[in-house]
Design a protein around this ligand. Structure first.
Ligand SMILES: C[S@@+](CC[C@H](N)C(=O)[O-])C[C@H]1O[C@@H](n2cnc3c(N)ncnc32)[C@H](O)[C@@H]1O
Length: 201
């Protein structure tokens, strides 16, 4: 799969009057992210990053919670739509490739949110992606990962390719501590579960 063209073509060809038709778009913040933020005090002067921000709703809720937010997506059309949908926002929405992050982003973020992007990228890249994502979190910072998951004995095809438990463990292998995990049965044709895990560095 040509990763840039696949996502860009979906956003580029999306009906602007019906953005919810984009397969993964909910036009709302991720429920686990929203719940996590609602359980914590509003912050000030802390930096957050949203990876594969799509239409921008996760970045927006982080901004409302007080974070200075960078939000990257490989798709220029997604970034244009996010900016158009959130014109008042100070979120720094910009085109960016998680495979090619600038040196200045290493250890920069107090909070990193990744939802449904790892699973959209080739499974052979999991270790590399986890290593990059972990490198972006400051010591003591947090990472929230949301993905579809599957059992060890399952072999769901992709894209998206649901994560296995062992692949979630890669974050711990990279030195993060698992703080909290929520798993939900979804029994969908693309995956049996949703999983959301909070890590601390
Ligand atoms: C399944 S969508 C999820 C979008 C959003 N996180 C959500 O939950 O609605 C995956 C997103 O990752 C973006 N993406 C794909 N490859 C990427 C890359 N290499 N770097 C940054 N973003 C990427 C896509 O353009 C797309 O917006």
């Amino acid at each position: 799969m040509e990763k840039k063209n696949f996502f860009e073509s979906i956003y580029e060809n999306a009906d602007h009057e019906d953005l919810a038709a984009i397969p993964w778009a909910t036009l709302a913040p991720n429920v686990y992210l929203e719940k996590h933020l609602s359980q914590h005090d509003v912050v000030s002067g802390k930096k957050a990053l949203v990876i594969g921000c799509g239409l921008g709703d996760d970045a927006l809720i982080l901004e409302k919670h007080g974070y200075e937010v960078d939000a990257i997506d490989i798709s220029p059309s997604a970034i244009a739509l996010a900016k158009k949908r959130h014109p008042e926002s100070k979120v720094d929405f910009h085109v960016g490739d998680i495979y090619d992050m600038p040196e200045s982003s290493i250890g920069k973020y107090d909070f990193v949110y990744e939802g449904l992007t790892i699973q959209s990228l080739p499974p052979k890249d999991r270790k590399t992606l986890v290593s990059i994502i972990v490198s972006l979190v400051i010591e003591g910072g947090e990472l929230l990962v949301y993905a579809n998951t599957q059992n060890d004995e399952d072999s769901y095809g992709g894209p998206p390719w649901p994560l296995y438990d062992d692949e979630f463990k890669l974050f711990e292998n990279e030195g993060l501590e698992k703080v909290h995990e929520e798993k939900e049965d979804i029994n969908k044709p693309i995956a049996p579960y949703h999983c959301c895990v909070l890590y601390r560095k």
